[in-house]
Ligand binder design. Structure first.
Ligand SMILES: C[S@@+](CC[C@H](N)C(=O)[O-])C[C@H]1O[C@@H](n2cnc3c(N)ncnc32)[C@H](O)[C@@H]1O
Length: 282
């Protein structure tokens, strides 16, 4: 079959399966199967697909038609201009999480060698973006999931940052309880309440790791212990910076007791939605 015909029938198939942006998805999956850039698709519409390419395209389209995100099919997602390998063991890095990286970078600009930990590192995107930007930082990354830590370590190696970040399996900060001198604790924790499952996109509910998305009835089961443990792990004047969910601002601000935290800031995303809460240990 010619490339242009394969593409046209893929668009129809994804449309029928009610996949959003069917042409973009059909192109992305064909680029993945052929190992080419988009320009190639337009430059070679009459190129014949081999039976093996057709079979692999068919399989990728079948997966996408179930609602599986294309990132899990192609195995990659860009974050902070870096290429991350992803699998269904990790959350797909989101562009809005770059606000958390920006917040830490702004606060860290005067520190010669900041000591940082990323809690719930998943693919490693936050820890590795920070290690990439802050060449002299000492960076730790923790996750409760060993499968996530494997992906994060693989990403560190691919980005040639493996000597820069220490990966530790830990429930929140328990495995790092001997540390009391962090300058930054950054986290994009799971923050959706079980009762709010219907507010989350179906593809997230069906395909992204449950423990990366949900955190107890009200979505606070990781953030609440994080705030407590972070206070012990930070040096005085150190910063906690946490990504928060839509409508969680007040619940998270309530956890930051004014006798323990000061200089509390709420950073909005590009749509004006509160996205990051940062606070400094007194
Ligand atoms: C929302 S995902 C964030 C992943 C990645 N940091 C990102 O921004 O794309 C939350 C991560 O927290 C991890 N996690 C969940 N509960 C945890 C806990 N109690 N302690 C440590 N990590 C936890 C999950 O395995 C998941 O990788």
């Amino acid at each position: 079959m010619q490339l242009k015909h394969a593409l046209a029938s893929a668009v129809e198939r994804l449309e029928a399966a009610e996949v959003g942006s069917p042409r973009m998805n059909a192109e992305v999956l064909l680029m993945f199967v052929l190992g080419v850039h988009r320009a190639y698709l337009y430059a070679h519409p009459e190129r014949e697909l081999t039976p093996e390419e057709e079979a692999r395209y068919d399989e990728a389209l079948a997966q996408r038609a179930t609602g599986m995100p294309s990132q899990y099919i192609i195995g990659h997602q860009e974050f902070w201009g870096l290429d991350f390998v992803v699998s269904p063991a990790v959350l797909i890095p989101r562009p809005e999480t770059e606000h958390l990286v920006e917040t830490v970078l702004e606060l860290a600009c005067d520190l010669p060698r900041p000591k940082i930990v990323d809690v719930g590192t998943g693919s490693g995107c936050i820890a590795l973006a920070l290690a990439h930007e802050l060449k002299h930082a000492e960076v730790y990354a923790v996750d409760v999931s060993s499968a996530a830590l494997e992906i994060a370590s693989a990403n560190a190696a691919r980005l040639q940052l493996d000597g820069r970040v220490r990966f530790v399996q830990s429930d929140v900060l328990k495995a790092l309880a001997v540390h009391h001198d962090f300058d930054f604790i950054a986290s994009n924790p799971p923050y959706v309440g079980f009762g709010e499952a219907d507010k989350v996109q179906k593809s997230v509910r069906d395909f992204e790791p449950r423990m990366a998305v949900f955190a107890g009835e009200r979505g606070l089961d990781v953030i609440a212990p994080l705030v407590q443990q972070a206070h012990k792990a930070l040096k005085p004047g150190g910063w906690l910076a946490v990504e928060i969910g839509y409508s969680m601002r007040d619940a998270v601000l309530n956890l930051l007791h004014p006798t323990m935290w000061e200089d509390v800031r709420v950073v909005p995303d590009l749509q004006g939605i509160p996205r990051v809460v940062a606070a400094r240990k007194r």
